[in-house]
Design a binder for this molecule. Structure first.
Ligand code: OSB
Ligand code: MG
Length: 369
């Protein structure tokens, strides 16, 4: 297989509502899409880097820089056996997993399309519906939050994740738990706490949360291990896991009992699958996180989440939860609290080319022999 033409474009796609996490608020998404052509087929990928470096050091602009200057020129025209190999010529590039994942995932889609197989099948998944949850951002007040949770439950979401930060945590979560005693409920701190907050985090044990996601710093694996020993509630790692090596170390240290796999965050689908296998061997449950992706990134996430170790509902919500109108046809919809993996080849949904063109802010094309 050989990618002979790669198109990188930035689209601007506003979220229907502001999405606020402990590190800040977002609304006007600047998303990088990758379109790869080779042997008469076309594959699509999405880079999940955000507009600011609050979640990761990568941003839309650093990813544009790394992709255009370092990753794409040597990859276009490069012959490979399969998508597992696409990043080998650029393995010297340190870090930047989100930039790398964008092109890697596009090549997976291309590969699946050339084989005429759904991406989920190629990754080793089954086509069964995937139960999904929703991630609810910080709200102006607790009543607004309760209303949001109620709305999402009525839409059928199988699990509710609530963002927390110091000052908006225990009391707020108690209200949600009191109102909805039996739902699958979890909290995501996006690294807002330190070990000094252990007494507060311990009080959350009474709330029967499914897990607490990334309570401590993104580089604090050791601290997460110490905290986990003090908590009954499982810790789930998100920001801390940027590679297979991070996952191996985290499991070795018992720094968490659950891992949130986001293909964008860990450098693509091949490393996501490797982390999945590692966790499965050790009976560590995983689930697929989200990065407010457009339908293209969402399609990849859904394919990954069909693997058997993804035993917890993922942050793979319906297109409507994010966008006035998505960039794929058909849009993603919820069916009985689950998403049905598309049957078509590759990601199984069609990019809406006219809409993508309308939203485009800049494009770079690379072509090779
Ligand atoms: O921590 O999982 C996170 C969104 C942006 C950055 C980080 C996170 C999130 C979400 C939303 O929680 C997940 C989604 O619905 O895409
Ligand atoms: Mg998270």
């Amino acid at each position: 297989m050989k990618p002979t033409r790669i198109e990188l474009r930035e689209i601007r796609l506003p979220l229907r509502e502001v999405f606020e996490i402990s590190s800040g608020a977002r609304q006007n998404r600047r998303i990088l899409l990758l379109r790869v052509e080779g042997e008469g087929a076309v594959g699509w990928g999405e880079c999940v880097a955000a507009e600011d470096p609050g979640y990761s050091y990568e941003t839309t602009d650093t990813a544009w820089h790394v992709l255009t200057e370092f990753l794409l020129p040597p990859l276009v025209g490069h012959t490979m056996e399969g998508p597992e190999e696409i990043l080998s010529p650029v393995s010297w590039v340190r870090g930047h997993p989100m930039a790398k994942a964008g092109i890697e995932m596009a090549v997976w889609d291309l590969h699946a399309k050339l084989l005429g197989a759904p991406l989920w099948e190629l990754l080793g998944g089954k086509g069964d519906p995937v139960p999904v949850g929703v991630s609810v951002g910080l709200q102006p007040n607790d009543d607004d939050l309760l209303r949001k949770v109620e709305e999402h439950l009525s839409q059928g979401y199988a699990r509710i994740k609530v963002k927390i930060k110091p000052g908006r945590d225990l009391a707020m979560l108690r209200k949600v738990r009191d109102r909805f005693p039996h739902i699958l409920l979890m909290a995501d701190a996006n690294s807002a706490y330190t070990l000094d907050d252990t007494p507060l985090l311990r009080e959350m044990d009474d709330l029967e949360l499914l897990m607490i996601e990334q309570p401590l710093g993104h580089e604090d694996l050791r601290e997460h291990a110490l905290l986990q020993q003090e908590l009954r509630t499982p810790i789930c790692l998100d920001e801390s896991i940027r590679s297979v090596a991070d996952a191996r170390l985290a499991l070795e240290l018992d720094a968490g009992r659950i891992i949130n796999i986001k293909p964008g965050r860990v450098g693509g689908l091949a490393s996501s699958r490797a982390i999945h296998h590692l966790c499965r061997e050790r009976k560590i449950p995983v689930w697929c996180g989200g990065m407010l992706e457009s339908g293209i990134g969402r399609a990849h996430n859904l394919a990954l989440a069909t693997l058997p170790g993804f035993t917890l509902p993922g942050d793979i919500s319906a297109s409507r939860r994010y966008w006035e109108k998505d960039v794929v046809i058909p849009e993603f919809e919820l069916r009985d609290g689950a998403m049905v993996p598309p049957e078509g080849p590759g990601i199984g949904v069609e990019p809406d080319l006219a809409r993508i063109e309308d939203l485009t802010h800049r494009v770079r094309v690379f072509s090779g022999p």
